[in-house]
Write a protein that binds this ligand. Structure first.
Ligand code: SF4
Ligand code: SF4
Length: 135
């Protein structure tokens, strides 16, 4: 049995479509939702662990792509250079998982790598380029 972690980026038009349950049923896959950030008026993001036959996982992802869901293997890490971070807070408003958030007391911008799904939204948005993709 193969296992993979994958990020699904949903366009707004597909948020009501049961893509995950469909691929589980059609391709005989087990799934575990590791993180979800879906609102009716915005793009959605799901982090899934899929388990099943490797060829079926590939076919399921191809099917999801054909529906308009972009998929990305969760193999990369995003890191922060704390020396470069100026605490400007720009990344806090765009991080979909709250991996980057402000400490309510100190207002310090905190980065929690375990909550990061490597969507990379913060990388180009960070003015001093403190956020980077590590392979
Ligand atoms: S890549 Fe950046 S924006 Fe995306 S989840 Fe990780 S910290 Fe948040
Ligand atoms: S956008 Fe960059 S510099 Fe600003 S708080 Fe986030 S990581 Fe730090």
């Amino acid at each position: 049995m193969a296992k993979t972690r994958v990020v699904f980026h949903y366009p707004r038009t597909l948020i009501d479509v049961p893509v995950v349950s469909r691929i589980a049923r059609e391709y005989d896959l087990d799934f575990n939702i590791l993180r979800a950030n879906i609102t009716p008026d915005a793009e959605g993001l799901l982090v899934l662990e899929l388990a099943g036959d490797a060829a079926e996982i590939t076919r399921a992802l191809e099917w999801a792509n054909a529906q308009g869901v972009s998929t990305q293997a969760l193999e990369k890490d995003v890191v922060r250079d704390d020396d470069e971070c100026t605490q400007c807070g720009v990344c806090v408003t765009i991080c979909p998982t709250d991996a980057l958030r402000k400490d309510p007391v100190t207002q310090e911008v905190l980065f929690t790598p375990d909550d990061c799904v490597a969507c990379e939204l913060c990388v180009p948005a960070c003015p001093p380029r403190a956020m980077a993709v590590a392979f």
